[in-house]
Design a binder for this molecule. Structure first.
Ligand SMILES: Cc1cc2nc3c(=O)[nH]c(=O)nc-3n(C[C@H](O)[C@H](O)[C@H](O)COP(=O)(O)O)c2cc1C
Length: 376
């Protein structure tokens, strides 16, 4: 970490990122679908749950470590797959993977990553998982899986939500064609630090002959079927994590199809607007499948207390998307480490005030969950 912390909260990191990045890019990253309801309800659901702390407890040093598929994880906060990181910072996934390793976390690389998994693995030696979309077809998935295997990725994460993208105008801004430049070019002038960083990186990419597409053309159909899960299960003998379930019946279906873990997720609200918030979906999914496979959750996690609430409801770990992207925007690898370490300290303080020495001892008795939350 840099000597002087650059922000004291994820909210402050977000404000700093909003100043650093041009608005077209900040909005592209931050926006959810349509009215942003799912994105915002994910965050709000954490505030509906309150803690029931124990007092008079002799506390030892707090422990929050966990294990996934034989890999130690000293922080129950993983890096969620997010595409297009090189628009945010030239070191992109390499910086993020290095930060994850320094903080004892796991980095999930997006299929829309801007560096290949093998490049990331060469530069950062922590645990990597590779996320797979089926939207580009099976051949593209196979190519990515081969790269993931060569990079030593410990697991594949198959994203099953987001069958369609609700904001068709978002992508042209990324392609930076003439029409887009005419629309947003002024923002390069008003955000010179980002613009300089971006321009130098663009020049470097061209001189290296790297293809100048960040995310490519967006296909119309993102849908994934359980047949594709069966196909993937045949192809990859290592662990498969299914990301994007909100219903217990789908979680069971994922486990029946060979998933070794599930992530309760609604893509950070980028798809279906007004979907069930992930924290509300967690309990019923834990009840349905947690005795068979680990359950993870993402969406709306902004402080250590949110992580502790998710773990007390039965999640084995959490993932963050936007928060680490804000750290990356502010200060690359150091900024991501700061975000992860902020969360570590906040989890530690929450455990202490809860009268609990270890995340392994958390259960629902530490929480007041509203009685009208879904049970199925
Ligand atoms: C900018 C951005 C890009 C994303 N790209 C992907 C992706 O490529 N693959 C994927 O499975 N999920 C993607 N997601 C969803 C995240 O993995 C994660 O589910 C979500 O961000 C969690 O919510 P949070 O941002 O509130 O933490 C993306 C999310 C954001 C914000």
């Amino acid at each position: 970490m840099t000597a002087r912390p650059q922000f004291d909260s994820i909210a402050e990191a977000e404000q700093r990122a909003a100043r650093m990045l041009p608005p077209f890019l900040f909005d592209l990253l931050n926006n959810g679908g349509e009215r942003n309801l799912t994105r915002d309800h994910n965050v709000a659901a954490f505030d509906e749950v309150s803690f029931r702390p124990h007092v008079g407890v002799q506390l030892g040093p707090r422990s929050m470590s966990t294990k996934f598929f034989d890999a130690e994880c000293s922080l129950p906060v993983l890096i969620a797959p997010t595409g297009g990181q090189r628009l945010v910072h030239p070191m992109a996934e390499i910086a993020v993977a290095r930060a994850a390793r320094r903080s004892g976390s796991i980095c999930v690389l997006s299929m829309d990553a801007t560096y290949a998994a093998t490049e990331v693995a060469r530069e950062a030696d922590g645990t990597l998982w590779q996320q797979i979309y089926m939207k580009w077809g099976r051949d593209a998935a196979v190519a990515r899986i081969e790269d993931a295997a060569a990079a030593g990725c410990a697991a594949l994460v198959m994203t099953v939500d987001l069958a369609a993208f609700p904001r068709p105008r978002a992508l042209p801004a990324v392609n930076l064609d003439a029409a887009t430049l005419a629309r947003v070019g002024g923002q390069f002038v008003t955000h010179p630090r980002w613009a300089r960083r971006f321009a130098v990186d663009q020049w470097r990419r061209r001189s290296l002959g790297v293809e100048n597409t960040m995310l490519g053309t967006r296909p119309d159909n993102y849908s994934v079927t359980w047949e594709e899960m069966a196909w993937l299960r045949n192809l990859w003998s290592g662990p498969i994590v299914v990301k994007g379930v909100l219903r217990p019946d789908d979680a069971k279906r994922a486990v029946d199809s060979g998933a070794n873990a599930v992530v309760v997720s609604n893509h950070g609200g980028k798809g279906l607007d007004s979907a069930r918030p992930t924290l509300k979906a967690l309990g019923p999914i834990v009840d349905a499948v947690a005795d068979a496979v680990p359950v993870l959750i993402d969406g709306g996690i902004r402080r250590g207390g949110d992580v502790v609430k998710a773990l007390a409801l039965g999640a084995q770990a959490t993932l963050i998307g936007r928060p680490f992207v804000w750290g990356l925007a502010v200060d690359g690898e150091e900024g991501v480490v700061e975000v992860l370490e902020l969360l570590r300290h906040s989890i530690d303080r929450t455990l202490a005030n809860l009268g609990c020495s270890s995340t392994a001892d958390l259960d629902r008795s530490y929480l007041d969950v509203p009685s009208n939350w879904p049970r199925t």
